[in-house]
Structures are given as C-alpha cells and as structure tokens.
Design a protein. Structure first.
Length: 119
C-alpha cells in the first residue's frame, strides 16, 4: 500500500493551493483520511481529517480557509487551501487508516509535499 501526495509548491499570501493524495495497492477499505503538517522546528500537527462517511474535523488555525474532501471511488483525499498565510508554510503529509485484504487496519503516510507561502 502506498500514499502518493502531490500539489505542493509556492503560493503568495492570500493565494490558494490544492493538495491531492491517492492510495494504491491491495486495499480492502479506508477509514479516516487526513492531512498533517510539520513546520521547521515544530512538531507535526493535524490540519484536517475526514471519515469514510464524510465527517470533517479541522485545526482551529485553518477553519474557514481549508477544505478537506475525498473521493472514495479513487481512494483519494484532497485539501483545498485558500487565503494562505506565511504560517501555513510546512511539509504536508497525508495519512490514511487502511485495511488490507488480510490483517488489521493500519496507519499509512504519504511522502510529504512542501507548501511555501511567501511573497
């Protein structure tokens, strides 16, 4: 099982970016999916999460600016980021709780994609 993230890059303050993360491999089902971020010198933190049924949860710092969504038919989670601020600069990691055809559900992580917000 692999998670492949894409969509990071450079954005100006007030701008937008959209991250995508696709899961592939021997997947039976996917429970929660989410995005975390880690800024230099800081711990990794939850940005947003979404259940298989579509219920969402956001960090206070991104509420009203970021939107998480998923396409279950494509095993893909998205993060639409708007009104970006310099403090959103970080490496963003996708996460998914995946159950393979054999075994218990386990956490999987994408490789990380860098988001830089700067003028």
């Amino acid at each position: 099982v692999q998670l492949q993230a894409s969509g990071g890059g450079l954005a100006q303050p007030g701008g937008s970016l959209r991250l995508s993360c696709a899961a592939s491999g021997s997947i039976f089902s996917i429970n929660d999916m989410g995005w975390y971020r880690q800024a230099p010198g800081k711990q990794r933190e939850l940005v947003a999460a979404i259940t298989s049924g579509g219920r969402t949860n956001y960090a206070d710092s991104v509420k009203g600016r970021f939107t998480i969504s998923r396409d279950n038919s494509r095993n893909t989670v998205y993060l639409q980021m708007s009104s970006l601020k310099p403090e959103d600069t970080a490496v963003y990691y996708c996460n998914a709780q995946i159950r393979r055809y054999s075994g218990l559900p386990a956490d999987y992580w994408g490789q990380g994609t860098l988001v830089t917000v700067s003028s």
